[in-house]
Design a protein around this ligand. Sequence first.
Ligand code: PEP
Length: 253
Amino acid sequence: MAAKIRPLIAGNWKMNGLKSAGLREARNLARTMKKHGKPGCDVLVCPPATLLAPLRDAMKGSHIAIGGQDCHGNEGGAHTGDISASMLKDTGCAYVIVGHSERRADHGESSREVRAKAEAAHRAGLRAIICVGETAAERKRGQTLKVIGKQLADSLPKGSTAKNTVVAYEPVWAIGTGLTPTVEDVAEVHASIRSRLRRRFRDDGAAMQLLYGGSVKGSNAAELMAVANVNGALVGGASLTAADFWPIVETCI
Ligand code: PEP
């Protein structure tokens, strides 16, 4: 029997959070976690880059990891406004999200670029959370599994392992909309991703954390987390306050 995969609940704050509110929520989260004891999952917060160091300090000793929301594929150099994976590592990050659909759409990032970013993350000793997901039009055309298969093939580096890589399935139409796929749809996509990962990465593919993301909240988290091959969640809006985020973490206790 395959070993149980430890879930990961990851919060993506996107471009939200100034110092006072961000620190308040991070401290609330750390306090809540301390009160309830270490949960049965890994917990991660990915704030904007400006809050990485303050949150690292505010949540010290809490077992809550911090991560970046993106990184450049190069180590350094003339890339104004970008941040490298080693800079994130140097600031105390353990993870970085790459290939989020908002980056793919707003910045025209291709899966090839996403793969270069994931490789940079691996070189720096970070775990890359690699996002894939179909648009509403692609789902309507019945192309969901094909689109995701191609994104996986092109975005995951050759050297991906269960230790350095997490895959997040995020249907683009479910992000920030309040819409979620049915549990049957999530099960179908996650089974397909798992089988592709297993085929390509063998035991590592079988053991990789596979997250669902897209309008996860306290009220639907337990149902989504119970789906086969769902090993946690990538959470946007509902990760911004400890009051909203904790009930999602709690589904793993
Ligand atoms: C996300 O941005 O990764 C996300 C899943 O957002 P939300 O939870 O707000 O849909």
